[in-house]
Design a protein around this ligand. Structure first.
Ligand SMILES: NC(=O)C1=CN([C@@H]2O[C@H](COP(=O)(O)OP(=O)(O)OC[C@H]3O[C@@H](n4cnc5c(N)ncnc54)[C@H](O)[C@@H]3O)[C@@H](O)[C@H]2O)C=CC1
Ligand SMILES: O=C(O)CCCC(=O)C(=O)O
Length: 363
């Protein structure tokens, strides 16, 4: 997290991309606009990317978007993309590509229940490595002599990426502990900061073995002495997360496992529609709801805007505007607690706009 920089204007690249990304990103923008003098003036810079853009202009991630983000923007917000499930020549996921282009190596995904709202108490953060693992997308397919096919994918784990994501996880564990000591509210009592290393090195002893050993080496650094380290195989991680989510504080995982367990964790707090994230690097940060483009509800006006709005708060907090971020989070929590305005994913009847309006009123 950076200390709040003294900026007169914050230039924020806005990439709604596809599907409900186009419905929930404007909600986040309205909330940022409503903050007034709590943050610098925000200049929103609309940028193109996505499946629809690919079909129009042949590029899922236009050069202009990358260049504008790198040269003109202080930070960005991404909506969601509708990547197809079959191979399309020339298409590659723009969000996966953006994370690499901007070296946004950490995907930080807090999953937190709201006190007074139904469900199990949860207050955990998944720290997902964001640049390698199977997401380097080195895949190949060959024909066998008998006419059948064989496909391979290369999984890359480096000590460099594992070390920096490990450090991010331990720093976050210390920061969360400091926030708890300063009185931050939580529905879970964590007596000690803890990092859980998620892996499958009982089977993948070389790749996950390197991830595990490298993060363990980070845990030995003097400054992390107060942080407890545990390990969990990714399959039993899912099991324990559903049975006793309250035991998890910060969990650090290679890319694909982190992607999967965070969608699972979202079910613990009611919906993918409420779980935010930031893609963070050393020089840039991009907020992004954890969910995808939700084609099943696209265009109906009922997408939950909370994940997107909380991602804007997380982005502000990352930039050092912690009071403004806390304001947004409190407004969201109050609306959830009151229960009058909820979208159908949370068993309500409200629209995206009604929930956004309620949050704006609560601000
Ligand atoms: N970062 C990104 O842009 C991501 C993009 N995707 C893409 O999204 C598309 C759909 O993928 P799915 O696997 O269906 O995942 P999804 O996250 O889009 O949807 C899963 C389920 O959660 C619901 N949901 C998600 N967000 C919601 C919200 N804000 N409010 C209410 N309900 C919500 C959907 O209606 C659906 O039932 C695919 O093309 C996939 O490639 C998937 C995940 C991340
Ligand atoms: O759909 C895509 O293009 C990428 C989806 C990857 C993903 O699920 C995530 O990073 O959260």
């Amino acid at each position: 997290m950076a200390a709040a920089l003294k900026r007169s204007t914050l230039r924020l690249g806005m990439i709604p991309a596809d599907g409900i990304g186009k419905e929930v990103l404007p909600a986040a923008q309205r909330v940022l606009e409503a903050l007034g003098s709590a943050i610098p003036r925000v200049e929103f810079v609309p940028l193109l990317a996505g499946w629809e853009e690919f079909n129009k202009n042949g590029k899922a991630l236009p050069e202009a978007t990358i260049e504008t983000l790198k040269i003109e923007c202080d930070a960005a917000m991404f909506g969601s993309v509708s990547s197809p499930s079959h191979k399309v020549p020339g298409y590659s996921s723009p969000i996966v590509a953006l994370r690499k282009h901007l070296d946004l190596y950490a995907n930080i995904r807090p999953v937190k229940s709201v006190q007074g709202v139904d469900g199990k108490p949860v207050d955990m953060v998944i720290v997902r490595e964001n640049t390698e693992c199977l997401y380097i997308k080195k895949e190949e397919i060959h024909d066998n002599a008998d006419g059948s096919k064989v496909a391979y994918a290369t999984r890359q784990i480096t000590s460099y990426a594992s070390s920096r994501i490990g450090r991010m996880a331990y720093e976050l564990a210390l920061r969360r502990q400091a926030e708890r000591e300063a009185g931050a509210s939580s529905s879970v009592h964590h007596s000690q900061p803890k990092v859980t290393i998620v892996h499958k090195s009982n089977v993948l002893s070389v790749t996950d073995g390197l991830f595990r050993e490298t993060v363990r080496a980070v845990s030995q650094e003097d400054k992390y002495k107060s942080v407890k380290t545990e390990e969990q195989l990714v399959d039993s991680m899912v099991y324990r997360m559903f049975r006793e989510p309250e035991i998890f504080d910060v969990s650090v995982a290679p890319n694909l496992y982190g992607d999967i367990i965070s969608d699972g964790a979202a079910a613990l707090v009611g919906s993918l529609g409420v779980v935010p994230s930031v893609n963070a690097g050393d020089n840039f940060v991009m907020g992004e709801p954890v969910h995808g483009s939700a084609p099943d509800i696209e265009g109906k006006g009922i997408a939950n805007p909370i994940a997107s709005i909380r991602s804007a708060a997380l982005l502000l907090s990352h930039l050092g505007y912690t009071d403004a971020a806390a304001k947004i989070d409190t407004a969201v929590d109050n609306v959830l607690r009151e229960g009058k305005y909820r979208t159908p994913d949370l068993h309500g009847k409200s629209t995206t706009e009604e929930v956004t309006n309620a949050i704006l009123k609560a601000l």
